[in-house]
Design a protein around this ligand. Sequence first.
Ligand code: AMP
Ligand code: FE
Ligand code: FE
Ligand code: ZN
Length: 279
Amino acid sequence: MRIDLHTHSAVSDGTDTPTELVVAAAAAGLDVVALTDHDTTAGWDEAADAARRHGVALVRGSEISTRYGGVRAHLLCYLQDPADEALAAELTVTRRSSQERALRIVEMLAVHYPITWADVLAYTGQDTTVGRPHIADALVGIGAYADRGSVFASVFAPGSPYRPARHAPDTAEAIRLVRDAGGVPVLAHPGAVARGSILSDEAIEALAEAGLAGLEVNHRDNPIDQQIRLGGLAKDLGLLVTGSSDYHGAGKPNVLGEHTTDPQVWEAIEAAGRSEVIR
Ligand code: AMP
Ligand code: FE
Ligand code: FE
Ligand code: ZN
């Protein structure tokens, strides 16, 4: 069994439609794939239709942008009830704030680059959670940079002026919302030191007490020393250990199935989640 529990479609900042993503997962030989677009469930229905036709088991989820103290933390959640009002409302606020921040960034960039909001929207669909990756696409589109990675390494580098704040729920509060909606919360890439500051052992312990189910230990952004640290923490705290690709289509070099999750861990997640796995 090959199980990849973290991917993005064009409903957030991936480049495959949900259908293309499911087809790519089947072609990559995955048995189980999770769709975890940022702060949304808008891709769930299309992905489910595709999964029924292409023989891949589909886990529907989201990746929620949260903050804990001063640390930005991404929270994967699986099999939540998409109609749960409290969680859906929180995601709506987060998406709006992300879009407003993107607008402000484009206003600032427009002083130095020939870029407009319409250029950014050209890289999004109707239901897309708009974020910095789409601004990056627009900067690549006008020839200012080679790819998304170059934009993140310069325009969005730590200390750059193009980093206004946006709303993000407290991580512990998001964990409670996910649990109340029947979802299974797992911290995404918690050792991703290159992205900025990361959660301490004490913070992860407090989040475990708040209802966290697992840690995404096996992810390319967690260096080996972090994987060892997080594996030990998971053992001590009784948390599940997952592994996944964080595939973004052409938006990132990450390849489907480059890291996978143990079948027993997957069974525990399925057993704990409220929504159906699509087969
Ligand atoms: P935002 O949600 O607007 O804060 O943008 C964060 C998103 O940018 C994350 O979901 C990442 O997938 C994406 N991202 C961060 N760094 C990079 C990078 N170096 N190359 C491509 N995408 C990136
Ligand atoms: Fe992303
Ligand atoms: Fe993430
Ligand atoms: Zn992700």
